[in-house]
Design a protein. Structure first.
Length: 292
């Protein structure tokens, strides 16, 4: 049933069931306005939330949604306060709309759009939890920002345990805007799953030029590896029109087309957070996790 017909049908039923005719006439316009508002609201939800997650750009042949099973998460930072005013686009994690991406790497790279100048917001933190929400990193990674705004990559440290095959991990990335009130800090979170590369994928990688390996990963739905590889190649060939077109298709395929013109920046320096009191940061880290 069309939404307009639904509106009039609902209105008719409501009026038919109302005994007080004078009251109906008196409140008709108010009732009508409410129903029209509901119809418009429904239309807005249909146009945004109702869209499929794997929004396809022109000529895109990539599907990074896997089995389509969404994970809880938020790839766009919410409303910010304090030293991090609202921006458009906001802090954004470059991940599929399901909040879950695949990798074949033990220590993959996660990618984020940082909307703030690094002279204003100098630090971010990354936390990584296993499927049972237990810390994989003993302490959060401290990321010293430089060259932002722009897209940055954060590679998981080789000093940590490697990602295990067929396990899903939950990461949190937070900009430190207000160290005294962390609830004011914009944060994004998502998931990553390490998979075993198939024999077909390995053969395809061996038969393709190294600079085209991102296409192989993309056609096999391996989001994190495809994204990392195309960014590496674009840094070497920033004016290549084919790469620019593929980059647009990548982002449009996961509904992040607004980031297409965003620059990529060479960033950052990393370290585990150091404290003067042994165990203090570990306890703080666990408290923060319990509040997530």
């Amino acid at each position: 049933m069309a939404r307009t017909n639904l509106y009039f049908t609902t209105l008719f039923i409501f009026l038919s069931l109302t005994v007080n005719t004078d009251s109906v006439k008196k409140n008709y316009l108010q009732i009508s306005s409410v129903l029209l508002w509901a119809e418009n609201s429904s239309q807005e939800n249909f146009e945004t939330e109702g869209k499929p997650n794997n929004i396809q750009g022109a000529g895109s042949r990539y599907n990074f949604e896997g089995d389509g099973r969404p994970q809880p998460g938020n790839r766009r930072g919410g409303a910010s306060r304090g030293n991090c005013p609202p921006t458009q686009p906001p802090l954004t994690a470059l991940i599929p709309a399901t909040n879950l991406g695949l990798t074949t790497q033990e220590y993959p790279t996660l990618w984020f759009y940082i909307p703030y100048n690094s002279t204003d917001i100098r630090q971010a933190e990354l936390m990584l939890l296993d499927e049972n929400q237990r810390p994989v990193l003993e302490k959060p990674m401290k990321v010293q920002l430089s060259g932002t705004p722009g897209i940055i990559g954060v590679t998981l440290p080789s000093t940590a345990k490697p990602l295990e095959l067929e396990r899903e991990y939950h990461w949190f990335f937070e900009l430190v805007c207000d160290s005294e009130n962390p609830s004011n800090n914009p944060r994004v979170d998502g998931w990553i799953k390490r998979v075993q590369p198939s024999s077909e994928l390995i053969a395809q990688l061996e038969n393709n030029q190294t600079e085209k390996s991102y296409l192989v990963y993309a056609e096999n739905g391996i989001w994190y590896d495809a994204l990392t590889r195309i960014i590496e190649v674009m840094r070497v060939n920033p004016t290549d029109s084919t790469l620019t077109n593929d980059w647009s298709n990548f982002l449009e395929s996961v509904g992040l087309g607004e980031l297409i013109p965003t620059p990529m920046t060479d960033c950052c320096s990393f370290s585990e957070i150091q404290t003067s009191v042994e165990g203090e940061e570990s306890q703080s880290f666990r408290r923060k996790i319990s509040q997530l």
